[in-house]
Design a protein around this ligand. Structure first.
Ligand SMILES: Nc1ncnc2c1ncn2[C@@H]1O[C@H](COP(=O)(O)OP(=O)(O)O)[C@@H](O)[C@H]1O
Ligand SMILES: [Mg+2]
Length: 716
């Protein structure tokens, strides 16, 4: 290539900058042959494009191929922006791209909407109305502050709950109907006052919450056209995966960022839109061509992921939805194993059977990580976790415990936050209220003055020394003095540019967590000792993930570390283990063996217990079932049971309508995997037991007939 053909214009010279070395290594041919439609998407020139496709038709693969193609012929990595829906998907995409274009991924922007907005806000904080070095509050911190505001608002207490506030805030920000909602709040004065106070508090604390990140960036892009223009010129090529799940705020950000070049390629499948509850609107994909009339539309139909049996089941299922473009989903794969429909006595038997089957499957030579069990609701996970542990099968639960929310970790993050941003009242309260001898009353007293202190929240602590019980000679007074010393020393260490790992280790020791763990470890109470052990393991993994070298030291190190914690909201997976996940968490992933458990009315669809669920809700739940089914490459098991515990009652439940819809003909489980439930169940009318002690009466009845307790069912 001569310089005449150099597409890099005024940018770094790729021939002398070692960073661009990988360009020679981008292969001329992608490793798998794409089909003609996929190739069309890859070769798409400039202008908007919509790639619509069924599950497993290679949407993500096509996006990756397109990025590689752009890198080969016409784009600098810095000009490319890929937006995906989950952190896992972003990681996977950058991994796949760097396999084909080694070294490129550090220059590309591949991120979720949240991490994209966070980095925009860091680069241009005026966009979000904050100063440099702002902190981001997680959901727990936000709720805690809202709870305090509601509590302190006294008489308004009964009119508004924290739950209401959180959902009003989140809904209005995600759906972008802020003005509309603000007017709505007007009718409930208490709501409006509390929210106004919360917004003012965040502003004074130079902090944002999660919803703000997206909402304020999208607002800021409108308000600051020059900044918007800079982003428009920076990202020449914008691609979005899982477009069907964008909400109005995200959609707005995309439309502004791409307004100049208009090179927006969105990839999605309206049949997999499952985030309606977070404000996503399936309409965005359905109306893309109305908003971009010149968009090229490319349809991918062939499924490469799954066997013919699985593809058939998925196609039958989704054909029952009305709110969709009819499309043909087909595959050239072999028929493969039939879909299985076992029926168990209850969820415990189901879990037990699945754990044993997976164990056998692993012993037969299938890799553990090729097995996934998917649930509709998080609470279904417990008995599966128990059953797998009993069979000694290792499992990873996708996004289960939020690592960063664990108490010790959260406390240390708050210390770091308040060191970077001395005005962050909420984080300061968190660290202060966990300090020995400091109770809620002391914190409340201190907060009254702390907000107005122009030297920062913790600087106002001396104020407490004049208060009864807080004199410097009292125990509490000494404790406050000690707190200030630790805080001052931390600030010194940050100034001296200690690595983050040293700071975290030091905080473990200086804030008393280490001592607490050491005491609990030797406790005679088993539960306490076990908890201490878990905290030790947590400490280990937390410290291990902290950077301990240049350029990750001091202030900048902490700042980027905290940002990575915001973007990484899941646990690190062990790998090499069976995967447990909610269906929502399974989006975009695939496994050879997939179990979808509890396929009964009331779990999926979950809304049937409410009166009159709307067609829209039933369709969204059907899309969830469709996502679950299409995760499987080879083996698909849809299991159910006839009896389910709900609110202390055992209910008869019907097989999920979705399960029935996947089947050509509803097969009977053959042979029954567990004794047929009808032989083991006694039904009683509700009134029959009303004047008795129901649990005792049930136990007696079961004992008399040699039945397990679950064998007695109350019906209307
Ligand atoms: N042209 C192709 N030839 C062979 N396999 C393909 C092709 N396109 C996609 N695949 C495979 O199909 C599976 C699903 O691809 P993926 O991109 O994850 O689909 P989607 O994003 O549409 O759900 C992957 O295992 C991928 O490697
Ligand atoms: Mg995909």
């Amino acid at each position: 290539m001569s310089f005449d053909q150099n597409p890099w214009g005024g940018f770094d010279d790729p021939f002398t900058d070692p960073d661009w070395d990988y360009l020679d290594q981008v292969p001329a041919e992608p490793e798998v042959r794409l089909n003609p439609q996929q190739q069309r998407a890859v070769d798409h020139d400039e202008g908007p494009a919509l790639v619509v496709a069924g599950a497993g038709s290679g949407k993500t693969k096509t996006l990756v191929a397109r990025v590689v193609e752009l890198l080969r012929h016409r784009a600098l990595p810095t000009e490319i922006l890929c937006v995906t829906f989950t952190r896992k998907a972003a990681k996977e995409m950058s991994h796949r791209i760097s396999e084909q274009a080694p070294g490129s991924s550090k220059h590309l922007t591949i991120s979720t909407f949240h991490s994209l907005c966070l980095s925009m806000a860091r680069d241009t904080p005026h966009l979000v109305g904050r100063e440099e070095g702002f902190t981001v509050w997680d959901d727990k911190t936000s709720s805690r502050e809202l709870r305090r505001i509601v509590r302190e608002s006294g008489s308004k207490k009964k009119e508004v709950t924290v739950g209401q506030l959180v959902s009003i805030l989140s809904d209005s920000k995600q759906k972008f109907f802020r003005e509309g909602c603000e007017q709505g709040w007007g009718s409930v004065e208490a709501v409006r006052d509390c929210l106004a106070e919360y917004e003012a508090l965040k502003k004074a604390a130079n902090a944002l919450d999660f919803d703000d990140l997206l909402y304020l960036v999208s607002r800021g892009l409108d308000r600051f056209p020059d900044t918007a223009r800079a982003y428009q010129e920076k990202w020449v090529w914008v691609m979005v995966d899982e477009y069907q799940d964008t909400n109005p705020v995200q959609e707005h950000i995309l439309s502004v960022v791409t307004a100049h070049h208009r090179n927006l390629m969105v990839v999605g499948d309206e049949d997999q839109a499952i985030y309606g509850f977070r404000g996503a609107e399936v309409d965005h994909i359905l109306t893309f061509t109305e908003r971009y009339p010149d968009a090229v539309v490319i349809e991918l139909g062939q499924n490469y992921r799954s066997s013919d049996s699985v593809v058939g089941a998925a196609a039958r299922l989704i054909s029952h939805n009305e709110l969709r473009r009819p499309k043909r989903i087909w595959t050239e794969s072999e028929k493969g194993w039939d879909v299985e429909y076992p029926c168990f006595r209850d969820s415990f038997h189901e879990a037990d059977y699945i754990a044993r089957t997976i164990k056998a499957s692993i012993e037969a030579g299938y890799a553990p990580e090729e097995h996934a069990v998917l649930v509709r609701m998080r609470r279904q996970l417990h008995c599966l976790q128990l059953a797998l542990s009993q069979q000694e099968v290792a499992y990873d639960t996708v996004g289960s415990v939020d690592f960063w929310q664990r108490s010790d970790v959260k406390l240390i993050l708050s210390w770091l936050k308040v060191t970077l941003n001395v005005f962050d009242l909420a984080s300061a309260s968190e660290v202060f209220s966990r300090w020995p001898r400091i109770g809620a009353a002391t914190v409340a007293r201190w907060r009254k003055s702390a907000g107005n202190n122009d030297k920062g929240a913790l600087a106002s602590m001396t104020f407490l020394h004049g208060h009864p019980g807080c004199g410097i000679e009292t125990m509490r007074g000494k404790s406050i003095t000690k707190f200030r010393e630790v805080h001052a020393e931390l600030q010194d260490r940050v100034r001296q540019a200690h690595p983050v790992r040293d700071l975290v280790t030091w905080l473990y020791a200086s804030t008393g967590i280490d001592a607490e763990i050491a005491t609990a470890k030797d406790s005679n109470v088993r539960k306490e000792a076990e908890e201490a052990q878990a905290r030790i393991e947590l400490r280990h993994s937390f410290i291990a993930m902290c950077p301990d070298d240049e350029p990750h030291n001091g202030h900048d190190g902490i700042s980027s570390f905290l940002d990575s914690a915001i973007n990484d909201r899941g646990v690190d997976e062990k790998g090499n283990a069976v995967v447990l996940s909610t269906i929502h968490g399974s989006k975009g992933l695939e496994w050879d063996h997939v179990w979808v458990v509890g396929m009964v009315e009331g779990i999926i669809p979950s809304c049937v217990f409410r009166e009159d669920p709307s067609r829209k809700e039933i369709e969204e739940e059907r899309r969830l079932a469709y996502v679950a089914v299409t995760r499987s490459r080879k083996r698909l098991v849809l299991s159910r049971y006839p009896v389910m515990a709900k609110n202390g009652e055992n209910l008869f439940v019907k097989p999920s309508r979705y399960l029935v819809e996947t089947a050509e003909k509803m097969p009977e489980p053959d042979p029954p995997l567990h004794p047929a439930p009808s032989q083991k169940v006694i039904t009683i009318a509700k009134g029959q037991s009303r004047d008795r002690n129901l649990p005792k009466w049930r136990s007696r009845l079961c004992r008399a007939r040699d039945l397990p307790k679950i064998g007695v069912i109350t019906i209307e």
